[in-house]
Design a protein around this ligand. Structure first.
Ligand SMILES: Cc1cc2nc3c(=O)[nH]c(=O)nc-3n(C[C@H](O)[C@H](O)[C@H](O)COP(=O)(O)OP(=O)(O)OC[C@H]3O[C@@H](n4cnc5c(N)ncnc54)[C@H](O)[C@@H]3O)c2cc1C
Length: 438
């Protein structure tokens, strides 16, 4: 029934429509599932994305449409006119360690879990506030959980989890627990990992995953809109706009899936306000905007394109099996990265490609530190951890050359990458008083 509603609401068509499977068909489709409790399966279309890459492509597309994007700059306060309207945003450039102001007519804050921090600075908190819920994902090598498809399955406590194959890994998530700590550094505890492993082992009984199988992890917080008397899992995932008397428009909550709709809602709301003031802001055209690199018509086109990229890699004496990774990260921008790798004469094939990627990200994606590339630009910190160490020296060289690092700065950047690797791959026991994963 739920899948019928899903197809109906999302207007799902063609091959993407759900198919209900018998127990035998389900086991044929996903042989690792636990046969003794299985009743059947629903086979339906889901959409997997790398949220960091999606955000970066949005920023690049915004720039191509005239926006000015600034990296590593924090909004720390507001400057008001006599009528208590915001007229400038105070900023701290964390990269250059300097402060400055950006004058403005209007401010939209889409600071996610930090939206209330800015509302507090603006002294505009009202009866609605955010409730932060922590979610943890863990990553194991694909051969340790060799699924054919993404699987959505029950946990004994009534929640549901995903196990999602992605190139050389499978990731599993997520937890949903109240969180009161720093959203900038959300820890993954051993108990979080064990909860996900126990649930996975219960449904795929032959794999027997242990903590040592977990290569990487990530944790984030969902900014839910606080509702009295409800648990984290029960609170609505709806987005909400808060408007203050000073003119600060904040949008938070919601789902990544609906990001364009959220953007449209908040920008059009500002547009209506401007219209009332006699100004003209045309309606958003987000529906027509294509992200950088260009779209793929469907998944078949992605697979065909991967074949093309594999051929280009072969012709450049680079490993053709990196095609899937390149297309997943850089889409139709992959040929430019390959051309840059082809020009590099030094180093192994893996390091030539990694250096070309790093150089591309410095030139086109505001990568300021090697960790920017290791983490958000390439996703290797999460999805391909073993591929970092063999190329790290050469990638540090690329950044050192681009930004003129001293030897001490180069070592500082190496340490930052190593610390990040330790942060996502070691799991301390949960301190007394912290909420257990459910
Ligand atoms: C564990 C987990 C699982 C999820 N799963 C799904 C899913 O399966 N499907 C789905 O659709 N959604 C999912 N979501 C929700 C989705 O991630 C969020 O809806 C989405 O990230 C919200 O985007 P946003 O831009 O509003 O906020 P964010 O992505 O949090 O971005 C806010 C940005 O604001 C910046 N910022 C904060 N304060 C300041 C400041 N003072 N100055 C300048 N910049 C600032 C931050 O650095 C950050 O880059 C999940 C979330 C979590 C945590």
């Amino acid at each position: 029934m739920a899948l019928w509603v899903y197809d109906f609401l999302a207007d799902v068509e063609g091959d993407d429509k759900r198919v209900m499977l018998t127990k035998e068909e389900t086991l044929e489709t996903e042989p690792l599932l636990r046969a003794d409790i299985l009743k059947g399966g629903g086979f339906y279309a889901e959409y997997r994305t790398d949220d960091a890459r999606l955000t970066i492509e949005n920023v690049k597309t915004a720039e191509a449409n005239g926006a000015l994007a600034i990296n590593y700059v924090e909004a720390t306060g507001f400057v008001y006119d006599e009528g208590h309207h915001i007229r400038a945003v105070r900023c701290h450039d964390r990269h250059a360690d300097r402060t400055f102001e950006v004058s403005c007519e209007h401010v939209i804050s889409s600071a996610g879990p930090w939206v209330d921090d800015l509302r507090r600075i603006d002294k505009s908190m009202n009866n609605k506030r955010l409730f932060l819920s922590k979610g943890v994902h863990i990553v194991v090598a694909r051969e340790r959980l060799p699924l054919q498809h993404a699987c959505y399955f029950d946990v004994a406590d009534g929640r549901m989890l995903f196990a999602i194959p992605r190139l050389r890994c499978t990731y599993i998530g997520t937890t949903d627990t109240p969180y009161k700590g720093d959203p900038n550094a959300v820890p993954v505890y051993r108990e979080d990992v064990q909860y996900l492993l126990d649930a996975t082992n219960a449904i795929f009984p032959t794999v027997d995953l242990v903590v040592e199988d977990v290569e990487s992890s990530w944790a984030g917080v969902r900014p839910l809109i606080f509702e009295e008397g409800k648990s984290a899992g029960e609170m609505s995932r709806k987005d909400e706009i808060f408007e203050s008397e000073s003119g600060l428009l904040s949008i938070a909550g919601g789902k990544l899936t609906g990001y364009r709709k959220m953007a449209e809602r908040v920008v059009d709301r500002l547009g209506r306000q401007l219209q009332e003031e006699g100004e003209n802001l045309s309606k958003t055209t987000t529906r027509q905007i294509v992200l950088s690199g260009g779209p793929f018509a469907d998944f078949d086109e992605v697979l065909a394109y991967e074949q093309e990229v594999a051929e280009q890699l072969r012709a450049a004496s680079l490993a053709p099996q990196r095609a899937g990774y390149l297309v997943a990260n850089y889409g139709k921008q992959s040929p430019t990265v390959i051309a840059m790798a082809r020009e590099r004469k030094e180093g192994s094939d893996v390091s030539r490609l990694a250096c070309a990627e790093a150089a591309w990200c410095i030139d086109h994606e505001l990568a300021l530190y090697p960790l920017d590339w290791v983490e958000r630009r390439s996703g290797r910190l999460y999805f391909d951890m073993p591929s970092i160490a063999p190329v790290l020296d050469e990638v540090l060289d690329v950044f050192a050359e681009a930004y003129g690092y001293s030897e001490a700065e180069r070592e500082r950047e190496r340490k930052r990458v190593e610390d990040a690797i330790a942060w996502v791959s070691t799991f301390a026991p949960q301190p007394a008083g912290a909420t257990t994963a459910v």
